[in-house]
Design a protein around this ligand. Sequence first.
Ligand SMILES: [Zn+2]
Length: 88
Amino acid sequence: MGTGESDVDCNETIERLYIYLDGELTEERRIEIKRHLDDCPPCLHAFDFEAELRVVIADRCKDRVPDALRQRIHDALKAEREDHPAGA
Ligand SMILES: [Zn+2]
């Protein structure tokens, strides 16, 4: 008991990263994800990667991210996840 296990798993976390970064999650959800990121280096890494991309993208095209690019980011995150499976 008390290992700081969170309610969200890695897949959920990755999928919610987009929403998280869009600022569309509730405070409660954000805390859940943050807690998971603290406990899970692979997810934290994916988060950093995505957050950095956001900054670059926001810089270049102020309004929206093309679907093709989103897909590439998604694929990259998936590959990252397969490279570093989140163990126990
Ligand atoms: Zn994780």
